[in-house]
Design a protein around this ligand. Structure first.
Ligand code: PXL
Length: 266
Protein backbone atom coordinates (compact mmCIF):
# COMPACT_ATOMS: atom_id res chain seq x y z
CA UNK A 1 0.00 0.00 0.00
CA UNK A 2 1.24 3.49 -0.82
CA UNK A 3 0.63 6.31 1.67
CA UNK A 4 0.38 9.87 0.42
CA UNK A 5 1.23 13.19 2.08
CA UNK A 6 0.65 16.70 0.77
CA UNK A 7 2.71 19.78 1.57
CA UNK A 8 1.86 23.42 0.94
CA UNK A 9 5.07 25.40 1.51
CA UNK A 10 7.73 27.69 0.09
CA UNK A 11 10.71 26.78 -2.07
CA UNK A 12 14.17 27.54 -0.67
CA UNK A 13 16.54 27.27 -3.59
CA UNK A 14 19.66 26.05 -1.76
CA UNK A 15 17.70 22.90 -0.84
CA UNK A 16 18.32 23.41 2.87
CA UNK A 17 14.76 24.24 3.94
CA UNK A 18 11.21 24.53 2.67
CA UNK A 19 9.38 22.22 0.30
CA UNK A 20 12.59 20.63 -1.00
CA UNK A 21 13.26 19.33 2.52
CA UNK A 22 9.63 18.31 3.04
CA UNK A 23 9.48 16.19 -0.10
CA UNK A 24 12.89 14.62 0.62
CA UNK A 25 11.62 13.73 4.10
CA UNK A 26 8.41 12.16 2.80
CA UNK A 27 10.38 10.02 0.33
CA UNK A 28 12.88 9.03 3.03
CA UNK A 29 9.99 7.74 5.16
CA UNK A 30 8.48 5.84 2.22
CA UNK A 31 5.56 8.22 1.73
CA UNK A 32 4.50 9.52 -1.69
CA UNK A 33 4.96 13.29 -1.55
CA UNK A 34 2.89 15.89 -3.34
CA UNK A 35 3.59 19.62 -3.08
CA UNK A 36 2.09 23.04 -3.83
CA UNK A 37 4.46 26.04 -3.75
CA UNK A 38 3.46 29.24 -1.94
CA UNK A 39 6.57 31.39 -2.39
CA UNK A 40 10.10 31.35 -3.74
CA UNK A 41 13.04 32.15 -1.47
CA UNK A 42 16.41 32.68 -3.13
CA UNK A 43 19.16 33.81 -0.76
CA UNK A 44 21.53 36.39 -2.29
CA UNK A 45 25.15 35.20 -2.10
CA UNK A 46 26.30 38.66 -3.26
CA UNK A 47 24.50 40.31 -0.32
CA UNK A 48 25.40 38.29 2.73
CA UNK A 49 22.94 35.51 1.77
CA UNK A 50 20.01 37.79 2.58
CA UNK A 51 16.50 36.67 1.74
CA UNK A 52 14.99 37.41 -1.64
CA UNK A 53 11.31 36.50 -1.29
CA UNK A 54 8.68 36.31 -4.03
CA UNK A 55 5.12 35.19 -3.25
CA UNK A 56 3.31 32.99 -5.77
CA UNK A 57 0.07 34.53 -7.06
CA UNK A 58 -2.92 33.46 -4.94
CA UNK A 59 -4.80 31.99 -7.92
CA UNK A 60 -1.75 29.94 -8.91
CA UNK A 61 -1.55 28.53 -5.37
CA UNK A 62 -5.27 27.67 -5.50
CA UNK A 63 -4.74 25.99 -8.90
CA UNK A 64 -1.91 23.84 -7.56
CA UNK A 65 -4.02 22.72 -4.59
CA UNK A 66 -6.92 21.97 -6.94
CA UNK A 67 -4.70 19.81 -9.17
CA UNK A 68 -3.09 17.95 -6.29
CA UNK A 69 -6.30 17.21 -4.41
CA UNK A 70 -8.16 16.21 -7.60
CA UNK A 71 -5.43 13.75 -8.60
CA UNK A 72 -5.05 12.12 -5.17
CA UNK A 73 -7.25 11.38 -2.17
CA UNK A 74 -5.19 13.23 0.41
CA UNK A 75 -5.99 13.18 4.08
CA UNK A 76 -2.78 14.55 5.56
CA UNK A 77 -1.27 17.94 4.75
CA UNK A 78 1.70 19.87 6.07
CA UNK A 79 1.60 23.66 5.93
CA UNK A 80 4.99 25.39 5.81
CA UNK A 81 5.94 28.95 4.93
CA UNK A 82 3.00 30.97 3.61
CA UNK A 83 4.57 34.42 3.76
CA UNK A 84 1.72 36.85 3.02
CA UNK A 85 -1.83 37.47 4.27
CA UNK A 86 -3.17 36.84 0.71
CA UNK A 87 -1.53 33.40 0.64
CA UNK A 88 -2.88 32.67 4.11
CA UNK A 89 -6.42 33.49 2.90
CA UNK A 90 -6.06 31.12 -0.06
CA UNK A 91 -4.66 28.27 2.01
CA UNK A 92 -7.20 28.75 4.83
CA UNK A 93 -10.02 28.48 2.27
CA UNK A 94 -8.47 25.35 0.76
CA UNK A 95 -8.27 23.78 4.23
CA UNK A 96 -11.95 24.54 4.88
CA UNK A 97 -12.94 23.01 1.52
CA UNK A 98 -10.84 19.86 1.71
CA UNK A 99 -11.50 18.60 5.23
CA UNK A 100 -8.13 16.90 5.71
CA UNK A 101 -7.93 14.41 8.56
CA UNK A 102 -4.65 15.96 9.76
CA UNK A 103 -3.29 19.45 9.17
CA UNK A 104 0.30 19.77 10.46
CA UNK A 105 1.16 23.46 10.72
CA UNK A 106 4.76 24.64 10.95
CA UNK A 107 3.93 28.28 11.77
CA UNK A 108 6.86 29.86 9.93
CA UNK A 109 6.64 33.54 10.85
CA UNK A 110 10.00 34.72 9.66
CA UNK A 111 12.98 32.88 8.35
CA UNK A 112 16.59 33.75 9.03
CA UNK A 113 17.49 37.24 7.85
CA UNK A 114 13.96 38.62 7.64
CA UNK A 115 12.89 41.62 9.66
CA UNK A 116 10.68 40.61 12.63
CA UNK A 117 8.37 43.57 11.81
CA UNK A 118 7.54 42.06 8.44
CA UNK A 119 5.93 39.16 10.24
CA UNK A 120 3.24 41.06 12.15
CA UNK A 121 0.43 41.04 9.58
CA UNK A 122 1.33 37.48 8.61
CA UNK A 123 1.27 36.48 12.26
CA UNK A 124 -2.21 37.95 12.78
CA UNK A 125 -3.65 36.27 9.68
CA UNK A 126 -2.04 32.92 10.46
CA UNK A 127 -3.35 32.98 14.01
CA UNK A 128 -6.89 33.89 12.93
CA UNK A 129 -7.34 31.65 9.90
CA UNK A 130 -4.95 28.70 9.89
CA UNK A 131 -4.02 27.96 13.50
CA UNK A 132 -7.60 26.96 14.51
CA UNK A 133 -7.68 24.47 11.61
CA UNK A 134 -4.44 22.72 12.60
CA UNK A 135 -4.54 19.29 14.19
CA UNK A 136 -0.84 19.61 15.08
CA UNK A 137 1.16 22.85 15.31
CA UNK A 138 4.95 22.90 15.79
CA UNK A 139 6.13 26.40 16.83
CA UNK A 140 9.80 27.01 17.58
CA UNK A 141 10.85 29.12 20.57
CA UNK A 142 10.32 32.46 18.77
CA UNK A 143 7.01 31.40 17.20
CA UNK A 144 5.72 29.95 20.48
CA UNK A 145 6.63 33.18 22.29
CA UNK A 146 4.77 35.21 19.67
CA UNK A 147 1.71 32.93 19.53
CA UNK A 148 1.41 32.50 23.31
CA UNK A 149 2.13 36.12 24.21
CA UNK A 150 4.58 34.98 26.89
CA UNK A 151 7.71 37.07 27.31
CA UNK A 152 10.27 34.28 27.12
CA UNK A 153 10.48 30.50 27.31
CA UNK A 154 13.28 29.47 29.63
CA UNK A 155 11.99 26.53 31.66
CA UNK A 156 10.02 23.38 30.91
CA UNK A 157 7.13 25.00 32.79
CA UNK A 158 7.30 27.95 30.33
CA UNK A 159 7.20 25.54 27.37
CA UNK A 160 4.14 23.84 28.90
CA UNK A 161 2.40 27.16 29.54
CA UNK A 162 3.09 28.31 25.97
CA UNK A 163 1.72 25.02 24.62
CA UNK A 164 -1.41 25.41 26.75
CA UNK A 165 -2.00 29.02 25.66
CA UNK A 166 -1.56 28.10 21.98
CA UNK A 167 -3.86 25.08 22.40
CA UNK A 168 -6.58 27.47 23.60
CA UNK A 169 -6.46 29.08 20.15
CA UNK A 170 -7.81 25.95 18.46
CA UNK A 171 -5.21 23.37 17.39
CA UNK A 172 -5.68 19.86 18.81
CA UNK A 173 -2.00 19.17 19.52
CA UNK A 174 0.78 21.70 20.18
CA UNK A 175 4.49 20.86 20.09
CA UNK A 176 6.61 23.73 21.42
CA UNK A 177 10.26 23.33 20.42
CA UNK A 178 12.69 24.90 22.90
CA UNK A 179 15.57 24.73 20.42
CA UNK A 180 18.93 26.49 20.71
CA UNK A 181 17.43 29.50 22.58
CA UNK A 182 16.29 27.26 25.44
CA UNK A 183 18.82 27.44 28.31
CA UNK A 184 20.84 24.39 29.23
CA UNK A 185 22.39 21.36 27.62
CA UNK A 186 19.28 19.87 26.09
CA UNK A 187 17.01 20.52 23.13
CA UNK A 188 13.63 20.17 24.85
CA UNK A 189 10.23 19.90 23.16
CA UNK A 190 6.84 19.75 24.88
CA UNK A 191 3.72 18.16 23.35
CA UNK A 192 0.32 19.14 24.80
CA UNK A 193 -2.79 17.26 23.69
CA UNK A 194 -5.33 19.28 25.66
CA UNK A 195 -5.02 17.20 28.81
CA UNK A 196 -1.49 15.90 29.25
CA UNK A 197 2.07 16.93 28.46
CA UNK A 198 4.86 14.84 26.96
CA UNK A 199 8.43 16.12 27.28
CA UNK A 200 11.03 15.10 24.68
CA UNK A 201 14.65 15.92 25.46
CA UNK A 202 17.94 15.21 23.69
CA UNK A 203 21.38 16.77 24.19
CA UNK A 204 21.97 19.83 22.00
CA UNK A 205 24.30 19.24 19.06
CA UNK A 206 26.82 22.02 18.35
CA UNK A 207 26.24 25.72 18.89
CA UNK A 208 24.60 26.75 15.64
CA UNK A 209 21.14 26.32 14.20
CA UNK A 210 20.97 23.83 11.36
CA UNK A 211 18.83 24.74 8.38
CA UNK A 212 15.88 22.47 7.68
CA UNK A 213 15.51 21.09 11.21
CA UNK A 214 12.07 22.64 11.77
CA UNK A 215 10.82 21.70 8.31
CA UNK A 216 12.03 18.12 8.77
CA UNK A 217 10.44 17.85 12.22
CA UNK A 218 6.96 18.75 10.94
CA UNK A 219 7.45 16.73 7.75
CA UNK A 220 8.30 13.57 9.74
CA UNK A 221 5.16 14.06 11.85
CA UNK A 222 3.14 14.45 8.64
CA UNK A 223 4.62 11.34 7.01
CA UNK A 224 4.07 9.25 10.13
CA UNK A 225 0.44 10.41 10.41
CA UNK A 226 0.01 9.49 6.73
CA UNK A 227 1.10 5.96 7.66
CA UNK A 228 -1.49 5.87 10.45
CA UNK A 229 0.67 6.65 13.50
CA UNK A 230 -0.75 8.28 16.62
CA UNK A 231 0.35 11.90 17.14
CA UNK A 232 2.50 11.18 20.21
CA UNK A 233 4.36 8.42 18.36
CA UNK A 234 4.77 10.61 15.28
CA UNK A 235 6.33 13.35 17.44
CA UNK A 236 8.68 10.84 19.12
CA UNK A 237 9.81 9.63 15.68
CA UNK A 238 10.30 13.22 14.54
CA UNK A 239 12.47 14.02 17.56
CA UNK A 240 14.64 10.95 16.92
CA UNK A 241 14.99 11.46 13.16
CA UNK A 242 15.71 15.20 13.41
CA UNK A 243 18.31 14.72 16.17
CA UNK A 244 20.23 12.31 13.94
CA UNK A 245 19.71 14.52 10.85
CA UNK A 246 21.26 17.45 12.76
CA UNK A 247 24.20 15.23 13.77
CA UNK A 248 24.68 14.35 10.10
CA UNK A 249 24.32 17.96 8.86
CA UNK A 250 26.12 18.85 5.63
CA UNK A 251 28.05 22.03 4.91
CA UNK A 252 27.86 24.11 1.74
CA UNK A 253 29.27 27.42 0.51
CA UNK A 254 26.36 29.13 2.31
CA UNK A 255 27.05 30.19 5.91
CA UNK A 256 24.89 27.49 7.46
CA UNK A 257 24.72 23.72 7.51
CA UNK A 258 21.65 21.72 6.48
CA UNK A 259 20.09 18.55 7.84
CA UNK A 260 20.83 15.29 6.06
CA UNK A 261 18.70 12.14 6.27
CA UNK A 262 21.16 9.26 6.15
CA UNK A 263 19.86 5.98 4.78
CA UNK A 264 19.81 4.29 8.18
CA UNK A 265 18.11 7.23 9.98
CA UNK A 266 14.62 6.01 10.76
O1 PXL B 1 13.16 27.24 7.90
C1 PXL B 1 12.10 28.06 7.64
C2 PXL B 1 11.84 28.19 6.18
C3 PXL B 1 10.75 27.55 5.64
N1 PXL B 1 10.43 27.65 4.34
C4 PXL B 1 11.19 28.38 3.49
C5 PXL B 1 12.31 29.05 3.96
C6 PXL B 1 12.66 28.95 5.34
C7 PXL B 1 13.85 29.63 5.84
O2 PXL B 1 14.70 30.07 5.13
O3 PXL B 1 13.06 29.76 3.12
C8 PXL B 1 10.80 28.45 2.06
Amino acid sequence: MVNYAFVIAGSEATGGAGIQVDLKTFQHLNVYGIGAITCLVAFDPKDNWNHRFVPVDAQVIANQIEAATAAHDLDVVKIGMLGTPATIDTVATALEENKFKHVVLDPVLICKGQEPGAALDTDTALRAKVLPQATVVTPNNFEATTLSGLEKLETVEDLKEAARLIHEQGPQYVVVKGGMDFPGENAVDVLFDGSSYHVFSEPKIGEERVSGAGCTFAAVITAELAKGAEVVDAVATAKRVVTRAVQDAVASNAPFTSVWLAEDNN
